[in-house]
Ligand binder design. Structure first.
Ligand code: KG4
Ligand code: ZN
Length: 354
């Protein structure tokens, strides 16, 4: 069973063998942040406090029904361990999930597994869904390059094993999702989490090629880093020029981000000779990114197998936290004497931090 509470989503899930979703309950306070144009940490944390017990209790009920059990006691017996997001994220939000997980783990005498949220995103690709069977042989995928592209992070890593992770590069300033959100706000499309709306707007562009040319930051540099804040400034200038339509700016912005993400991912695959590519995180739900990434990898690195997060698991959720917990403890023993007190929120945890 896993609990996720790193930002404005409160979620609880039960996953079997690291890949089969048994139950998942998720709620969010994002509507409140739409009003304020961004997350106010205290409000997000207060909502976590309000939501956490009902979400866990609904998840226990859903698990009971899914497994044909008759009581919460029986559900507790079937659970091997409790996993929880320890970071990165908002301290006040993280602490709510962590304290709830500790309480359950102590009451049920289960091991407690702290999970890195960013590594969690990667394991969304391991989940078997109706449309997609996910990764077939989970031990055969390494070495793998993973791109985690979310609202707060844009990271490229090399995975030689579940717990053998090397940081390859990441954003030096804004994350790709953050750039999408800020651009959506500049274009008057949405106050908060405007990535989807911006992408929708881009599809309305009728021209063959936009007249507007936005920069592709760091695209030709040998390193695997990204920078998206200059792109956002260039959009601001384009808006001020009053010369380009919203659809044209949206189209060219999306083109620029997608092009940079693809070029750097392929560079990482070539440099590391990885046999697998994994893409996850909120922005990986973007259709153009998924389609073009697939096409370019097939063309440039035909020996590489690509796995993208199922679209319903791109955003924050507890399913991938459970999956990551399963694989991160594989081969190791689950210590029931686990030192719960040592598990604390780590708001600034990096993707390669354990
Ligand atoms: O992974 P996520 O849910 O949260 C973090 O852990 O940060 O990612 C949310 C981000 C937001 O910036 C949102 O605008 C972006 O993912 N996003 C998209 C799309 N769907 C979500 N960006 C571009 N195109 C999309 N279709
Ligand atoms: Zn996330």
């Amino acid at each position: 069973m896993a609990i996720e509470s790193s930002c404005d989503e409160t979620a609880c899930a039960v996953v079997k063998d690291g890949v089969y979703e048994i139950s998942h309950i998720l709620t969010t306070s994002s509507n409140l942040h739409e009003e304020t144009g961004g997350v106010i940490p205290e409000i997000a944390a207060r909502k976590q406090v309000e939501f956490i017990v009902p979400v866990i209790s609904k998840c226990l009920n859903a698990t009971k029904d899914a497994l044909g059990l008759t009581s919460f006691e029986e559900v507790a017996k079937t659970i091997d361990a409790i996993a929880v997001t320890k970071g990165p994220g908002l301290a006040g939000s993280l602490i709510v999930g962590i304290e709830a997980a500790k309480t359950l783990a102590m009451a049920w005498q289960k091991p407690l597994i702290p999970v890195n949220h960013l590594m969690g995103h990667v394991y969304a690709t391991f989940i078997k869904t109706n449309n997609d069977n996910g990764i077939q042989d989970t031990s055969e995928i390494f070495p793998a390059v993973a791109l985690v592209v979310s609202g707060g992070h844009t990271d490229l890593i090399l995975m030689r094993g579940h717990n053998n992770i090397e940081y390859l590069g990441g954003t030096l300033d804004d994350a790709a999702g953050e750039a999408f959100d800020k651009t959506a706000r500049l274009l008057g499309l949405s106050n908060y989490l405007g990535g989807v709306l911006l992408s929708k707007k881009a599809t309305e562009f009728q021209g063959y090629k936009p007249e507007l040319k936005l920069p592709r930051p760091l695209i030709n540099q040998a390193n695997l880093d990204f920078s998206f804040s200059g792109l956002k400034t260039a959009v601001k200038r384009a808006v001020e020029q009053n010369k380009y339509s919203t659809t044209e700016i949206a189209f060219e912005f999306e083109e620029a981000v997608v092009e940079v993400l693809i070029k750097k991912s392929i560079k990482a695959l070539i440099q590391t000779k990885a046999k697998t590519f994994i893409m996850a995180g909120g922005v990986s739900a973007n259709t153009k990114l998924r389609d073009q990434m697939k096409t370019h990898i097939e063309k440039t690195c035909p020996e590489v197998t690509s796995y993208f997060s199922p679209t319903n698991l791109c955003g924050d959720n507890a399913v991938y936290i459970a999956s990551r917990a399963f694989f991160q403890t594989q081969g190791g023993s689950l210590d029931t004497e686990c030192n719960y007190a040592s598990i604390r929120p780590e708001p600034s945890l990096g993707i390669d931090g354990v």
